[in-house]
Design a protein around this ligand. Structure first.
Ligand SMILES: [Fe+2]
Length: 403
């Protein structure tokens, strides 16, 4: 049988949200343990309720937004790959990110001063970033936490690009789709170079008139890039539509539901996530875990629940880079999203129970059973705000990468 939906959020299950065929006893057993009933698609595979094990509530065809594979990007590789390999990968991401940073700075300044945008180089450098992010998505995600005192817009473009690449990999998209996604994400706010700096950097709330000006940036971005042959249709859609929301309350066109392509919604999620979690002139960044909770509640209105649930599965319930307090009272940084054990990621300890910083920050896998083979010894007690402890997470990321 082909399962199209569960009786509970996908997040609470080990299954992929796009639906999946059940053709092995093992899968059936896991399904029975997880759900009371499931929804199946009779056209793609039929089964009687007795064969399905669980109760079949009804059949329905849910429009799946994208063709996905069952394969998942492995974000858990820290343990066996070893820390040195992880650091090596981080340095590679950092070097690639650095090149892209300098390029985006130049590109945005060119656009601001009316010169043409060199999107050919954007494409070359973006492909390089995709390569290093594919080699170690966890390292790439961690480097979205680098603190940027200046150049908020540049750092935001890079972070949205990395988040979109990792999310695209997680969804099993084709390499062409990921290239479009990455380039579109990198250029998504290029239209802001037509927005006056006094509005972009205004610390307080925007007036209605200022907000109207700000809302022009998706169309301005589209107009800047539309004649550029190196920018695909999908990239242009991302630039023009990334503030559209499925309720129709977005801008510039108030599109609804399927009128907003999935690649646009992927970047929209990455955009909002980075905007809320990063420090800006107009707000202090909110911890990633809190941000995901907020976005999860907005999802039915803004991005679609299924896609948002997949994003949470991708970055982890405790997203990479989150600061957490363990039951031992030690403080650590989440270093992996472990799909097999979502509440027990790999954590890098930074302060011991007495608050003393570790010189060599050890890694522990919270899923490792205790010495006697029982429940794991350590667990996350709570997510804490780095400001509460005056910890500079960006600096720690830089030190770990040897920057
Ligand atoms: Fe934007």
């Amino acid at each position: 049988m082909y399962v199209t939906a569960l009786d509970r959020p996908w997040l609470e299950s080990p299954f992929p949200f796009q639906g999946f065929p059940v053709d092995a006893q093992e899968q059936l057993a896991t399904l029975k343990k997880t759900c009371e009933y499931v929804y199946i698609d009779e056209e793609r595979g039929a089964a009687s309720p007795s064969e399905s094990g669980g109760k079949t509530a009804s059949t329905r065809n849910r429009d799946r937004p994208i063709t996905l594979t069952m394969e998942r990007t492995d974000l858990t590789g820290l343990g066996w790959r070893g820390r040195d390999v992880f650091r090596h990968d981080m340095r590679k991401v950092l070097a690639s990110r650095g090149k892209l940073h300098r390029h985006v700075q130049r590109l945005l300044s060119d656009v601001r001063f009316g010169r043409s945008a060199d999107t050919r180089e954007s494409r070359i450098l973006t492909l390089e970033l995709i390569d290093v992010a594919m080699a170690n998505p966890a390292a790439a995600l961690w480097l979205t936490n680098l603190e940027t005192k200046h150049d908020f817009t540049v750092a935001h473009c890079l972070n949205v690009c990395i988040l979109s690449i990792v999310f695209g990999l997680h969804l099993g998209l084709s390499s062409d789709s990921i290239t479009d996604l990455a380039l579109g994400a990198l250029l998504h706010d290029v239209g802001k170079m037509r927005t006056p700096v006094s509005i972009l950097d205004k610390p307080g709330l925007l007036t209605e008139d200022e907000f109207d000006i700000m809302r022009k940036h998706p169309v301005d971005g589209f107009n800047i890039l539309r004649k550029d042959k190196g920018v695909s249709e999908k990239c242009l859609e991302i630039v023009q539509l990334h503030h559209e929301r499925i309720s129709g309350q977005g801008y510039p066109f108030g599109l609804k539901n399927d009128e907003i392509p999935v690649h646009v919604r992927i970047v929209a999620i990455a955009d909002v996530y980075d905007d809320i979690t990063s420090n800006r002139v107009y707000h202090e960044g909110i911890p990633p875990h809190t941000c995901l909770n907020m976005m999860f509640h907005w999802a039915p209105r803004d991005f679609g629940e299924d896609l948002m649930q997949e994003f949470i599965r991708c970055v982890g319930i405790y997203p990479i880079g989150s600061l957490v307090e363990l039951n031992s009272n030690a403080l650590g940084i989440v270093m992996s999203a472990n799909p097999a054990s979502r509440l027990r990621p790999i954590v890098m300890l930074i302060r011991d129970a007495e608050g003393k910083p570790y010189d060599r920050r050890p890694l522990i896998n919270l899923a490792t059973p205790s010495a006697k083979g029982g429940e794991p010894k350590w667990a996350i007690k709570r997510v804490v705000d780095s400001k509460e402890y005056d910890i500079d997470l960006g600096r720690i990321a830089e030190m770990e990468a040897g920057a």
